[in-house]
Ligand binder design. Structure first.
Ligand code: FAD
Length: 464
């Protein structure tokens, strides 16, 4: 048993970042993790392995489709699936070991095992009870099932993202239930590997909550890449038949029932907070009907000394949101001023082309009655994008019509996930579209498209 200023439960991007920041601020800190390795969902079975698979399969796509165009001839690569998965695991291992190194470097104790909170100020792991002045719950999330449908997930034929990242072989046909970020990213991975991919989505559009120009643009691009979509369809049943599955769905417009067979069904209908085993009910920690731990603006739960962050609480389920909350909560506990600006949290989809978004969508601005203007620029007018076969997509900048202040930005295009940060920084500084338009951007770069969209908010883009 040991006494700590802070014990963090969970070592995902929320938990390990909170622990490191707390230790940097002089708090005696421990981080409890039940998994064998550190890094949480993100490093082990989420962001990192999925990006490795996206990179590998994008490289394959380049070799198959674009190398010859560039005069690169020769035997085209074939897929060694086991080697691709070994590469992915190596990337995961490097990252999880990196977190282990960082915890050691910052003198954070790693307590191995599953934690519960028998009472405020105490964390139980196995038979040991540790004392902690403060506790941060960063226990993350787990996949949710298909609402109102009969589905049994076996992680072999009917899988979540976890199973989809570790299939024994590349399936011939995959049905993806849910056209959100995870479904589209993993659907793209398998499409590039030659799988026939059919995405079934309940809503009438993909990527719920995103700007409608992005929804329409990305749908068109993904269809062009060969993914099949059925929108406005409610899945009612997924039956497993030895080596296959049968998916039954109803089209919402006419109630007609349809079935489709697949070798693998990926259930990608979202995630829900994971708080099992923590003893929250007995402790009296309040949760929402969706299972999210309720907190105030400084991540305090209703139980004194117990904080919560990341996927386990309200807000977008994103690694960088969890990290920011981790840093800020640690600062609050250390007596400093921790802050997260929830109005400037970017969201990225790592398909090719990438999609990135920050701030308000056009639909939100309309709903709020804001007087706004739109500056849009197509990557077709960007020399660098055309050179790398990525002229599809656009930058759409939304600014206040009266003050020119940037309100949001939505990008489909090469390196969109990096380009968006120029706008994030601008928004944090209260920048106007003209500030971006007057900033010299290096040529030839993808970021010139962001500047052109800003110019389009004013007197007009140059290259369009
Ligand atoms: P988690 O990362 O879930 O970590 C929680 C940890 O707590 C886990 O390791 C768990 O074992 C541990 N734990 C839980 N309960 C206990 C307990 N009682 N005792 C001890 N340990 C416990 N987000 C992005 O921003 N970008 C992406 O590209 C991205 N891609 C994703 C791809 C996939 C396939 C998935 C599934 C998710 C992706 N996400 C992405 C989401 C991202 O992974 C999560 O938002 C992020 O991991 C949340 O961090 P967290 O610290 O709150 O929780």
């Amino acid at each position: 048993m040991a006494n700590y200023d802070l014990i963090v439960i969970g070592s995902g991007p929320g938990g390990y970042v909170a622990a490191i920041r707390a230790a940097q601020l002089g708090l005696k800190t421990a981080c409890v993790e039940g998994r064998e390795t550190l890094g949480g969902t993100c490093l082990n079975i989420g962001c990192i392995p999925s990006k490795a698979m996206l990179h590998a399969t994008h490289s394959l796509h380049e070799a198959e489709h674009n190398f010859v165009k560039m005069g690169l001839k020769g035997k085209s690569p074939s897929v060694d699936w086991d080697q691709m998965k070994a590469y992915k695991q190596d990337v995961v291992d490097q990252n999880t070991k990196g977190v282990e190194f960082l915890l050691k470097k910052n003198k954070v104790d790693w307590i191995k095992g599953w934690a519960s909170i028998p009472e405020a100020g105490k964390v139980k792991v196995g038979d040991e009870v540790h004392e902690a002045k403060n506790i941060i719950i960063a226990s993350g999330s787990e996949p949710s099932s298909v609402p109102g449908a009969e589905v049994t997930i076996d992680e072999k034929i009917v899988v979540t993202s976890t199973g989809a990242l570790d299939l024994p072989k590349v399936p011939k046909k995959m049905v993806v239930i849910g056209a959100g970020v995870i479904g589209l990213e993993l659907g793209s991975v398998y499409k590039r590997l030659g799988t026939e991919v059919h995405v079934i989505e309940y809503l009438d559009q993909i990527t719920p909550g995103m700007d409608s120009d992005v929804q329409k643009g990305l749908l068109k691009i993904l269809k062009k890449q060969g993914l099949e979509f059925t929108l406005g369809a409610a899945v009612s049943k997924v039956e497993t038949l030895k080596t296959k599955a049968k998916v039954t769905y109803k089209l919402r417009k006419d109630d007609s029932e349809h079935t489709v067979d697949a070798d693998v069904v990926l259930v990608a209908t979202g995630r829900k907070p994971y708080t099992d085993g923590l003893g929250l009910d007995a402790l009296g920690v309040e949760t929402s009907p969706r299972g999210q731990i309720k907190t105030d603006a400084q991540w305090r739960t209703n139980v004194p000394g117990v904080y919560a962050i990341g996927d386990a609480i309200d807000g977008p389920m994103l690694a960088h949101k969890a990290e920011d909350e981790g840093m800020a909560a640690a600062e609050v506990i250390a007596g400093k001023h921790g802050h997260v600006n929830y109005g400037v949290i970017p969201g990225v989809i790592y398909t090719t082309p990438e999609v990135a978004s920050v701030g308000k969508t056009e639909e939100q601005l309309k709903e709020e009655g804001v007087n706004y203007k739109v500056g849009k620029f197509s990557f077709m007018g960007n020399g660098r994008a055309k050179a790398v076969f990525q002229g599809d997509g656009f930058v759409k900048l939304l600014a206040d019509k009266d003050t020119d202040r940037i309100l949001g930005c939505h990008i489909i295009g090469p390196a969109a996930g990096d380009l968006i940060h120029e706008i994030c920084v601008g928004m944090e500084f209260g920048a106007s579209a003209e500030d971006i338009a007057l900033t010299c951007h290096a040529h030839p770069t993808f970021s010139e498209a962001v500047r052109e969209a800003a110019l389009a908010c004013g007197d007009g883009a140059i290259h369009m």
